[in-house]
Design a binder for this molecule. Structure first.
Ligand code: MN
Length: 201
């Protein structure tokens, strides 16, 4: 049983002008797709051939002999989570439960936004910025390369922002801060964060 490239929750051009169709053609159509292809090649004929994605990620995490498997499996999961972390017409102030928790745990949306962008900007090289629920409290994480808070006990990812250059270079060149400002102002999907909170119970 091979993995398929998950469907995008919107059309490839629907995040424009903030993230272009050209970026989605590469980032989703080439990069994400390549992680799926690599993962399928790595699990073919192995004990992981019929495992679910989260089980593969957790099994390979922290095992240097399974770094290739971890990197590709986690990047498949991280990218699917990232596409859902944005929506056309998204961005701006949070609403619902996530808004309450942001005020409770960061004191204000503005402080959250500052800390979230500091995490993304402070991730040297490739990686991710995350909003997570950690033992009942909102926290921000940054992870390098394919690392994901999915592997942390007691932690539920709520949102992520890809800060690999391939996420923004065609649209923003080296201006990662401008991409991060736009992610929060125009794209972030608070409905998805609320759904993940609700699923976490
Ligand atoms: Mn990416």
């Amino acid at each position: 049983m091979a993995f398929d490239l998950p469907e995008l929750p919107y059309g490839r051009g629907d995040l424009a002008p903030h993230i272009s169709e050209e970026t989605l053609n590469f980032h989703y159509g080439k990069h994400h797709n390549a992680y799926v292809t690599n993962l399928n090649n790595l699990i073919d004929g192995t004990a992981h051939a019929d495992a679910d994605l989260e089980a593969i990620i957790n099994d390979a995490s922290g095992d240097a002999s399974k770094a290739g498997l971890f990197n590709n499996a986690a990047q498949v999961w991280n990218h699917t989570f990232y596409w859902h972390s944005m929506k056309p017409g998204g961005g701006g102030q949070p609403h619902g439960k996530i808004a309450e928790l942001i005020d409770r745990d960061f004191s204000s949306y503005d402080k959250f936004a500052e800390d979230f962008k500091a995490a993304g900007g402070g991730q040297f090289g490739s990686g991710w910025a995350w909003l997570v629920l950690a033992n009942g409290k909102l926290e921000i994480r940054k992870t390098p390369n394919a690392e994901t808070p999915l592997t942390e006990a007691g932690v539920t990812p709520l949102l992520t922002m890809d800060v690999w250059e391939h996420a923004y270079y065609l649209d923003y060149q080296n201006a990662r801060p401008k991409y991060m400002d736009t992610f929060l102002a125009e794209l972030v999907n608070w409905d998805f964060a609320n759904q993940n909170l609700s699923d976490a119970g």
